[in-house]
Design a protein around this ligand. Structure first.
Ligand code: GDP
Ligand code: MG
Length: 382
């Protein structure tokens, strides 16, 4: 266990909330394996926020490195710190949402745990909100802001592309729609909270788009800052997160009619067809198996592939492990079998009407995809 500061340091950082003031600002910190950063972040926030009544809420997805234990140790010393610890869950957006929903402070900010965001601009952000802005975004791409120090060349160009795509759906000018650093009035957040997608990687763009769609476009202000390199630990960015972002983006582009999970499920289905064909080819041509055996093997491999990918991509936030993974897979096979029956009955029904082979085949395939999506969402990844 880390030793939480010397007495002199603790006294210098001790806070008005500890003496009974309700917080004016809640700083939400989503965390996964941030043990080496969280205490330093608190100290920097305490210095930046001075006499403001504030609290820090860390939302930790049961990090294996024991981040939650460090935060709990800190809350014994600093009364304005607490930890929301989630089990069997992963996801940045839902962590931010749950943190923001857990405070009575009229203003809430979200900041990364790894010290990449410059906490020193928080008072300026709060000032802008007090002066009337609904939402204040810390931006790396306007005024004095910069991202060059905190991102590799590949990440920087990826981030620029993601920013352009986000700007397409934002509906209003904003220089850094991919920012994970912002401050919002809590009542604004609460108005749209039930409608937020929850499974996206970026909560900010969702907040902006959802507010605009509810007929209340936000008054947005920006404060520039320089994005710093990560302090300790590792980034959680990976290719699956990029694909999840594309799913959220396409969903917003469809006006929210198609949920991100449906689009990702469909994408997984397309890769499943490729896996099916490759396995069929392998069994018939390389192993010399007969067609029926090859087709059975290809179906099993493709179903297992689809299950694995959906578990890690589409439903990464509620990924199944251990026994649940095994039962989930068996259930998935059963649901796909029912989906297959639905496919064949719909396709043959339509085929009997006018003998249009491809139209009937397509209708059957769409039917079973929608069936599989709806039923696995209700039973496998509920
Ligand atoms: N609770 C929670 N926090 C997460 C998760 N993934 C990332 N974070 C936190 O979100 C912040 C940004 O993540 P990071 O990996 O630094 O992303 P990057 O800056 O884009 O490389 C950090 O504070 C992470 O600890 C997650 O699945 N759950
Ligand atoms: Mg980071």
């Amino acid at each position: 266990m880390t030793e939480i500061g010397s007495q002199a340091k603790v006294d210098s950082l001790r806070h008005p909330v500890a003496t009974g003031h309700p917080p004016q600002l809640a700083v939400i910190v989503p965390s996964f394996n941030e043990r080496g950063n969280i205490e330093l972040l608190y100290e920097k926030l305490a210095i930046a926020l001075g006499a403001t009544a504030w609290e820090m809420i860390v939302v930790d997805d049961n990090s294996p490195d024991g981040t939650a234990a460090v935060v709990n140790e800190m809350s014994r010393v600093y009364a304005n710190v607490r930890c929301i610890r989630r089990f069997g869950r992963r996801g940045l957006s839902s962590a931010c949402v749950e943190g923001m929903a857990a405070t009575s402070a009229p203003y809430v900010a979200v900041i990364d745990a790894d010290l990449q965001h410059d906490e020193a601009i928080l008072p300026q952000m709060l000032e802008k909100a007090l002066a009337g802005a609904d939402l204040v975004v810390g931006t790396r791409f306007a005024g004095e802001g910069s991202a060059a120090t905190g991102l590799s060349a590949t990440r920087l160009s990826g981030s620029r592309l993601a920013t352009k795509m986000a700007a397409m759906i934002a509906g209003q000018p904003i220089s850094d729609p991919m920012s994970g650093f912002f401050l919002v009035r809590r009542d604004i957040f609460e108005n749209v909270a039930p409608k937020l997608a929850n499974d996206g990687f970026k909560i900010l763009i969702d907040l902006i788009v959802t507010s605009a769609r509810s007929g209340k476009p936000l008054q947005i202000a920006e404060v520039p800052y320089t994005f710093r390199p990560r302090h300790a630990g590792e980034s959680k960015m990976n290719p699956l997160i990029v694909i999840q972002y594309l799913g959220l983006w396409a969903s917003k582009l469809s006006g929210g009619i198609l949920p991100p999970s449906f689009l990702l499920f469909g994408l997984v289905g397309v890769t499943g067809v490729v896996v099916h064909m490759a396995t069929l080819g392998l069994f018939t041509y390389s192993l010399g198996a007969n067609f029926v055996i090859s087709q059975i093997a290809a179906t099993m491999v493709a179903m297992t592939w689809n299950f694995w990918l959906n578990n890690n991509l589409t439903y990464a936030d509620r990924r199944l492990h251990g026994r649940k993974l095994v039962f989930g897979l068996i259930g998935f096979y059963a649901i796909c079998a029912l989906g297959g029956i639905a496919n064949i009955s719909v396709a043959s029904g339509i085929y009997n009407l006018d003998h249009q082979t491809f139209a009937a085949g397509l209708a059957g395939a769409v039917m079973s995809s929608v069936f599989n999506y709806a039923v696995t969402r209700a039973f496998t990844w509920k």
